[in-house]
Design a protein around this ligand. Structure first.
Ligand code: B12
Ligand code: SF4
Length: 479
């Protein structure tokens, strides 16, 4: 069977404002995960429209499309094209799960939720000639999943080819998050086996890793065992975690650092605690954000703070306050978002029932456009404030001020190199990406991350036995 898997480009990929650095970061892991279930004699290829021009004049038997909200329109277009050419077209992913009826109009079969249970079932049904129109995931497990088909990923096109996910979902429940809708009907948070995760890490070449898990620290016993296993592997890695995990799991965090954690994406979301209860982000309420940042910096971990603007308690002063707070606390990089009600989330239902939705143009549900009526701001104020937050945070003056919050020259220089390198040299990144030289930038990133290495000085960080794959462990170590 000829199988073509496609991650369609978010609509703006063709726009002059398209930012290659953002979209050339991570390869399509979801599709590579599904490809692993296909037998060896199938001809399978993965195409990511963010980093390559995809041709549509071929004749695959099966077309598999992953649909995100912002790429829904493009996905449906591609699906319609291939159906007209006689291919069997299947759609899955987050947006299909949120709005199955909409997706169904463009597909032969749709999938709701993660695919590890439904996809192999579908393949069996398809070969037997009895595929269903709709599959819904209920059995959630990552035990025994086949190794993801990284050989199908065009590594040289991505800045972070070594991105990896070792869990699914998150143990928390926040009103604005995609998670509850996507994982309904089964477990909301589950992990791979530690050995499976370590073996997957072992298969990745080079030093750098980026964990894309929503909450890598979500299961402390799993995280601890994983970091123990990673010790001595010589990795440098980045991931996402919560304020709660940073403050309440000191031992796990120290083990993470010992195994190579050098930068953490932290969802602060808002510096206004009234907003947090409104969004049911209870795990952040009353937490000392500044203490969490200090703790990470003390361990040599850089912070990428994530902030959302437009919650009901946000007034016109929220942008300056947030940026000022982030700079004062020496946050190295910040990601700002405009609150966006994704269909099928609690936030969406609340905004919709209050008749505050402005439209359903999914192209604009990209966290950069205002798609609802904010409570204490006009949509124009919210969008302008969002852009000004980026401008103000990434001014050289702000970068130097943020750096000066650090003790010592080395952390200050690292701050300037990372924050400056990320945002200020974007045209150079773009050039590297467009000339397919992006992988050459990886050593620079590794150098900056390694500058936080405290292995020589930290009392908690000691040399450990290097990780050995389960197969290697079956044989006794050499004496
Ligand atoms: C990496 C990533 C990106 C990368 C690239 C995406 C990529 N290469 O896949 C980049 C940086 C480009 C990106 C950009 C954006 N992203 Co993003 N991103 C992610 C992230 C962190 C990881 C995706 C991933 O690899 N997951 C791991 C794999 C294994 O899971 P998966 O891809 O979901 O695939 C599984 C299932 O979905 C399912 N499946 C998927 N497709 C199909 C198809 C079939 C046929 C079947 C059977 C099953 C199936 O099976 C797979 C295996 O279980 C997710 C968060 C998350 N945890 O998923 C957010 C996430 C997908 N992003 C999101 C958003 C909102 C965006 C942005 C729109 C916003 C922003 N400001 O960042 C932008 C897009 C900007 C724009 N202009 O449009 C939202 C999506 C919400 C939605 N309803 O669509 C998420 C969920 C983050 C969040 N918490 O809100 N993103
Ligand atoms: S902590 Fe993050 S990933 Fe988890 S539910 Fe909240 S927003 Fe979603």
């Amino acid at each position: 069977m000829r199988v073509k898997m496609i991650l369609p480009a978010l609509t703006e990929a063709t726009s002059p404002f398209f930012r290659p650095i953002k979209y050339s970061l991570f390869p399509p892991l979801g599709l590579a995960t599904l490809a692993a279930y296909l037998p060896e004699d199938d001809q399978v290829s993965i195409h990511d429209e963010h980093v390559e021009k995809v041709r549509f004049d071929d004749e695959p038997d099966l077309v598999v499309i992953q649909v995100y909200i912002t790429s829904a329109r493009r996905s449906y277009q591609i699906a319609d094209t291939y159906r007209a050419r006689g291919a069997y077209v299947v759609l899955g992913g987050l947006h299909v799960t949120s709005l199955p009826d909409e997706a169904m109009q463009h597909a032969d079969t749709i999938f709701l939720g993660p695919g590890e249970d439904t996809w192999p079932q579908f393949l069996t049904d398809l070969r037997a000639g009895v595929p269903l129109r709709r599959y819904e995931s209920t059995h959630r497990s990552l035990f025994g999943v086949p190794p993801i088909r990284r050989d199908l990923i065009k590594r040289h096109r991505y800045l972070v080819p070594n991105s990896i996910v070792v869990s699914r979902g998150c143990p928390h429940v926040c009103d604005f998050c995609y998670k509850v809708a996507f994982f309904k009907g089964g477990k909301q948070f589950y992990t791979q086996t530690v050995d499976g995760a370590l073996a997957e890490i072992d298969r990745l070449p080079g030093r750098h890793l980026y964990f894309l898990d929503d909450h890598l620290f979500g299961s402390p016993p799993f995280a601890e065992a994983l970091f123990d296993g990673m010790r001595g592997m010589g990795r440098l890695w980045q991931a996402a975690g919560t304020v709660k995990a940073v403050l309440e799991q000191p031992r796990v965090l120290e083990k993470a650092v010992a195994s190579g954690l050098r930068s953490l994406f932290v969802g602060f979301e808002t510096v206004n605690s009234a907003n947090l209860s409104e969004q049911r982000k209870y795990q952040n309420i009353g937490r000392d954000y500044a203490a969490a940042i200090r703790r990470l910096h003390d361990l040599g971990v850089m912070v990428n703070g994530s902030f959302v603007f437009g919650m009901d308690q946000d007034g016109p002063d929220v942008f300056d306050r947030t940026v000022e707070w982030a700079i004062e606390n020496g946050i190295e990089t910040a990601t700002f978002h405009i609150l966006t009600p994704y269909p099928d989330t609690a936030l969406y239902e609340r905004i919709k029932s209050a008749e505050r939705l402005l439209h359903s143009d999914w192209d604009l549900y990209d966290t950069r456009h205002v798609v609802f009526k904010p409570a204490r701001l006009t949509p124009a104020e919210l969008e302008a404030g969002y852009w000004s937050a980026y401008r103000e945070f990434y001014r050289w003056g702000s970068i130097f001020r943020g750096a000066s919050a650090k003790p010592g020259l080395k952390p200050r220089l690292r701050h300037i190199a990372y924050a400056g390198g990320w945002k200020k040299f974007e045209p150079i990144w773009d050039l590297a990406i467009r000339s397919r030289q992006v992988l050459h930038a990886l050593p620079v990133l590794e150098l900056i991350l390694a500058a936080g290495d405290r292995r020589a000085s930290g009392p908690t960080v000691t040399a450990a036995e290097p990780y050995r794959t389960p197969a290697a462990r079956a044989t006794p170590p050499p004496r």
